[in-house]
Design a protein around this ligand. Structure first.
Ligand SMILES: C[S@@+](CC[C@H](N)C(=O)[O-])C[C@H]1O[C@@H](n2cnc3c(N)ncnc32)[C@H](O)[C@@H]1O
Length: 408
């Protein structure tokens, strides 16, 4: 990276920059724990600093849909893509305005419902004990028969309740059956678990109602938007111009998003073949065509990686995200802003942000600035020694927002 680029790094604490959004979990910015979700302040900062009225904001790795939810607050149109179809459910719930619901009556109706739904999932019996099935089937059957707005108020609370009644360990992002989670199910079976089930569901709905009410203080606007879910960014083109891209690509040591949200996807009605198909397309695990990368930092870091399988992961990752950003850049008119966490392979730190900057510079983009944000929640682990390397583990210390401006 040349000197002028490294001079353009500015320290910031995004979470303290937006007075109107007082916390990272405010309103409907945190109705579901999606892995590696944006904090809303990062997007709000970009919009306040770089957007002008009438612009369209675009996120090809939309995830939770945070870019859409924030764009509404500031009155911008938006387009979101993601491989994971969960974006529809989360986004549609997060943008609901006030809804009047008679929760107690609806819960009574569930108990009397005759409609049933169970996912077609060959592993269903591995994740749920037989005893809970009839109540789950009835509740999901009823919720699926509700009109869209009321249904949206139920889906996320019911997803969370369903997960709580499964053998999965909620403390682990991946779908994982642990000793503790098996114990949890045994304990549920020994109590009046039906009362507990409806109690958890009711509490979840009430929490959501409060979050929606809190969100209304941000006065979100009604804007135009488009969501494309289940799409692979490597095989999708922007069909129109957008003005600002705000995005956060998968990490180098990535989450497996599809695998960790599989249980939710099955209950939402997606079938086994489709979910398997999505899993195969995830970055950085999928095969990607070789791609010419114009970055001295990329080649220098690569030369330091000895193991073949790590070299392959490294290549796949950068081929994928730089192919995507290069293609998309043709239809972005003003700014590309890209948020990345630091990563390392063995003990070599990989400056993903610098690599992106160098590559996009060769495509006619000017490096405006890189904001360096400290991850507050994890900063206390900064001095931890990594037992494998004997070095201080610096992996999650900071996250970087790269701002590139179209030249000329
Ligand atoms: C870091 S997350 C984005 C989180 C998002 N910024 C938010 O606020 O929730 C990266 C996203 O990339 C998606 N992804 C991974 N591989 C993809 C692919 N081939 N095509 C489209 N999206 C993909 C994952 O599903 C995940 O939601």
């Amino acid at each position: 990276m040349n000197k002028s680029n490294s001079d353009k790094k500015i320290s910031i604490l995004f979470r303290n920059t937006i007075p109107e959004i007082p916390s990272t979990t405010f309103g409907t910015f945190a109705i579901y724990k999606y892995p590696a979700k944006f904090i809303p302040q990062v997007i709000a900062y970009v919009l306040k600093e770089y957007a002008r009225p009438g612009m369209t904001i675009f996120d090809p790795f939309g995830g939770y849909g945070t870019v859409g939810v924030v764009s509404r607050v500031y009155g911008y149109n938006y387009e979101l893509w993601d491989l994971n179809p969960l974006i529809n459910t989360i986004h549609d719930t997060a943008i609901i305005g006030k809804v009047d619901l008679n929760v107690s009556q609806l819960l009574q109706d569930i108990k009397n419902s005759k409609v049933e739904f169970l996912p077609t999932w060959s592993n269903l019996a591995y994740w749920f004990t037989d005893e809970f099935m009839p109540v789950l089937a009835k509740t999901w059957g009823f919720v699926n028969s509700l009109p869209p707005e009321t249904k949206a108020m139920f889906l996320i609370p019911l997803i969370k309740t369903t997960r709580y009644f499964s053998y999965s360990d909620e403390k682990v992002h991946k779908l994982y059956k642990s000793k503790q989670s098996k114990q949890k199910v045994l304990e549920l079976l020994q109590m009046d678990w039906q009362a507990k089930f409806y109690g958890v569901l009711k509490r979840q709905i009430e929490t959501l109602i409060k979050k929606i009410e809190q969100h209304s203080h941000l006065n979100p606007k009604s804007v135009e938007y488009r969501i494309r879910s289940g799409v692979d960014v490597l095989e999708t083109n922007l069909e129109r111009e957008v003005n600002i891209m705000v995005t956060s690509p998968p990490y180098l040591q990535a989450q497996e998003y599809i695998r960790s949200t599989k249980l939710e996807l099955f209950w939402l009605g997606y079938n086994e073949e489709y979910i398997r198909e999505l899993g195969r397309k995830e970055i950085p695990y999928r095969k990607v065509k070789e791609f010419e990368i114009h970055s001295e930092t990329y080649h220098r870091c690569r030369a330091g990686i000895m193991e073949e399988h790590l070299k392959e992961l490294y290549d796949r990752y950068f081929y994928a995200i730089l192919t995507v950003f290069s293609n998309l850049s043709e239809n972005v008119t003003d700014y590309m802003t890209i948020f990345v966490g630091p990563a390392q392979i063995r003990i070599t730190a990989i400056p993903i942000d610098d690599i992106i900057v160098e590559h996009l510079q060769t495509l006619g983009w000017q490096h405006e600035v890189t904001f360096v944000d400290t991850i507050v929640g994890r900063s206390m682990f900064q001095a931890k020694i990594n037992p494998a390397s004997g070095f201080a583990d610096s992996r999650m210390k900071t996250e970087h927002l790269v701002v590139m401006k179209r030249q000329g």
